[in-house]
Structures are given as C-alpha cells and as structure tokens.
Write a protein that binds this ligand. Sequence first.
Ligand code: XMP
Length: 528
Amino acid sequence: MSGSASNSAQGPVLVVDYGAQYAQLIARRVREAQVYSEVVPHDISVEEIKHRNPAAVVLSGGPSSVYADGAPQVDPALFSAGVPVFGICYGFQAMISALGGAVEHTGTREYGRTELEISGDGGTLHAEMPGHHPVWMSHGDSVSKAPEGFEVTASTKDTPVAAFESVERQLAGVQYHPEVVHSPHGQEVLRRFLHDIAKVRPQWTTSSIVDDTVAAIREQIGDRRAICALSGGVDSAVAAALVQRAIGDQLTCVFVDHGLLRAGERAQVERDFVAATGVRLVTIDAVDRFLGELAGVTDPEEKRKIIGREFIRVFEQAARDLQAEAGEAGEQIDFLVQGTLYPDVVESGGGSGAANIKSHHNVGGLPDDLQFELVEPLRALFKDEVRRVGLELGLPETIVHRQPFPGPGLGIRIIGEVTADRLETLRAADAIAREELTAAGLDRDIWQCPVVLLADVRSVGVQGDGRTYGHPVVLRPVSSEDAMTADWTRLPYDVLERISTRITNEVSEVNRVTLDVTSKPPGTIEWE
Ligand code: XMP
C-alpha cells in the first residue's frame, strides 16, 4: 500500500538524492512544512519526474564536485518542465551550472558554521531576516556567477553567490544546508520556497494522514480479515491502531510474550493498548519455550537466530490457529499488517511494492500455507509522523514515546547465558534506570538507555558488614538521530548517583553500576 499523497490532486515534492546523507532529512523538513515529499534517486529522468506530477523538486546536497568525472548532472530540461525547483548545496551548484551560471573550484573549502550576508531586501527566500546570520556549509566548489535573469540574495566571505532565486520561473537555491538545525532560519527558507515560490498548498497534516491511510486500508482489505504481530514497539502499535480504525474486528493482533520483555511491557500491550484501541488481541505465552531454546547459549548471533526463529514459529502457529478458526466461519485471513517505515523503504531502494521486513521479525518468510498479502500503513511515514499519528489515534504516551527496544529484547542485554533469574535481575535494574530517567525529565534527551547485565562477570563488594560477590550492570545512555551513529549522553551526576544507589540497594545480585562512555562507532548501542 502506498499511503502517499492521495490527499489531493497535488503531487508530492520529490527530493532528488545526490548521495549525501541529507536527502531524507530534507524530505522530513518538507513534511514539517506540511507538504508531502518523497526521496527519488538522482538518475531519475525528467520524463519520470514529469510523470509523477510533482508539486516541486528539491535537489539535495551530495559529496561530488559538479566537475568531477561521473558527477551526477541535472538535465537542463528540468528547468523548462514547468516544475518549481529548489537546489541545495551540490544541487544548487548543479542547477547553476545547468542554467548557464559559473561554478569554480576555488581551492577554499567552507565547512561548518558560516556567516551568511543578505544582499538587498533578501528576495523572497531571505526577506526580513537578520542581515547576517549563521548557516551550515559543506562545500569545496563555489558559485561565482549566477545565471542570467536570477536575483542573487546572499553571499558569504568565500562565496559571492550563496543564494539565488527567480520567483517568476519558480526556481531558487542556496549553497548552505537549510535542513540542518545549525541553520536556524533554514526551515523558514524552505517553507518560503514551498509556499511562496512553488505555491504548494500545505495539506500534509496528521489528521489528513490518518484519514487517507484509513481510507486506503479499507480499500485494500475490504471486508476480508487481517492479522498483525504486536511487538510492544511504536511501529507495530501504530500500524495496528490504524488498521483497527479502518476495519475494526476484521483485525486480530497477536502478541508473543517471549519472556525477554522489560517490566510492565506485557501489561502495556494487553491493558493500555487494548483499552485505547479496542483491538482484538491474542497473547501467546511462550516464555518457557524461548528459555528452553536459549538454555546454554552464550554466543550473541546464536541468541539472535534462536529468538528470531522461535518468534516466527510461534507466530506461524498462532496464525494457523486463527486461520483454522476463521476458516470454519468461512472467513479466510488474507492480510498481514507490518509496521514498515519510509526510511526502510528508501534504504532498500524500494519505491512501491518492495516488501522490506526487518530480520528479527521476519514474518515475511512464512511457509506456503501461510501466504499473506502485506498491509503496510506506515510505508510513507517517518518515525516522528508515526508518533504523531499514534497520539492522534489516542494511543498512550507510554507507547507512542517508547524508546527503541530491540526485537530480541533483554536476551541481547545479558552477556552470557539467558536464564529466568538473570532476566529478573536485569528487569529490576532496567526498571529503576527507566524510572529515574523519566523522573528527571530526560526521556526526550536520550535516544535509549540499555542496561546490560554482565552475567559472566563478578566483582567483590562490601555491603553492610559483609562482602558481596555480585554482577555489574552497565548503563548505556545514548543520544542519536537515527541509531546509525550515536554519542554517549552526558547524564547529570545526581541522576547517575540515584540510579546507582537504587540499583545496588534494591537489586540483590548487582553490586556495581558502571557507565559506558563509548560513541558509535566504534561501539554499537547494544552490547551484543
Ligand atoms: P546497534 O546495537 O546496532 O543498534 O548500534 C542500533 C539500534 O537498533 C536496535 N537493535 C535492534 N532492533 N532488532 C531490533 O529491532 C535487533 O535485532 C536489534 N539489534 C539492535 C538497537 O536497540 C538500537 O536502537
């Protein structure tokens, strides 16, 4: 399913990806201006672009020099296609060069925070902004001459042409990166291009996303039936809630309790999620089965394989049972709901169609007697949009703002064999850390904070009158935008102190609390 810009006749804004990491961020910023956007590869032809009937095109930054061999070029035909175009960084230079301006290899590089100087009245993009303000730069080549008929509206110390526009032709561009937070006026510049130059109507709102998606789900499923595996995470919860809104009791959710969950998570699904949505839920208690399979296993990859495999098996069985039940009533289950997000779709190179299934929940590889058609209501959405949709649907904050938690759960946060006792120890320590971080108001500042039990390590301690020989836990608070890179979060000492004191006092097996101060890379976020 494509939840795409069906909310109007207005096509999407296409963000052409020149290979830097910025295209997805630009697409998100465009949506923050309430305009639907999609990322497309740079080798897309002008014909294909026209075929998509875009409201506008944004050419993203990229690592190349426009004069480098094999550097992606912009077909000049784009600028007479009647489509508004905005160029950013490399896209700006490629645009200038295609329109007949001059890009020079000056030998000086501008990187990082740079002062932008507004010329004249700043044109439409920079009108009434401070005459000097900071922007984020990252380029080697510079534009020395704008093409004929364009107004130059800004410069920097090393770049005579840092912004240009022609309102009449609906073409504009900036040398800097308006999409990053280090360009404080950047979002406004992007908004002005979209609303004031390209005349795109701001229609992409949370309620329009919900309405359109619900309508699309109804159309896809009709009066047939669907199932959805709930993991307790945000994505599957919001996907299920949308499908429930669309088809009500034709959806059944399956929640597999593998025993590797954190404290309170089963109740969150069984009680809070069901109360908020009224969804039909089947819980499968598979704790003993998972622990049995994990007995004696210490290798991280082996653990992941076992957990993934057992998850599929348990889910398959549940699906078969539900199928049989539904079949008797003459109501075959045809659809499987998945919480695939837009970044997964872009990164797997898939536009429409290509199913992208995260390996740990690889319910896409189901056996022949369980062939489902996929329903992917979040396929067009970024994470922040998914959260807003969740809130709009009335899901509790505890679910919507839950921090990422790996599919294999606490199984990969116990270094050593996973046992029921160790899980209980880790669950208790983890609950304390979460409580204290929440109480300190830090939930939104950290990406996630795994607590890791070093079950194979013991150290000597002293408590009361006696020696202890207990296990250490590691706190791994990280800050991140997307989990691809991360930094360790500088938590306030008093919060660390409270966590440490409480864990060592309240969790009998743990006598030491340590802090992981490694960024990613080189460390990963999880320890296994
Ligand atoms: P790493 O440890 O690779 O983690 O830096 C990056 C992000 O992915 C999460 N993670 C997983 N999520 N299944 C998941 O659904 C997994 O097997 C898995 N392993 C890691 C991790 O929590 C972090 O957010």
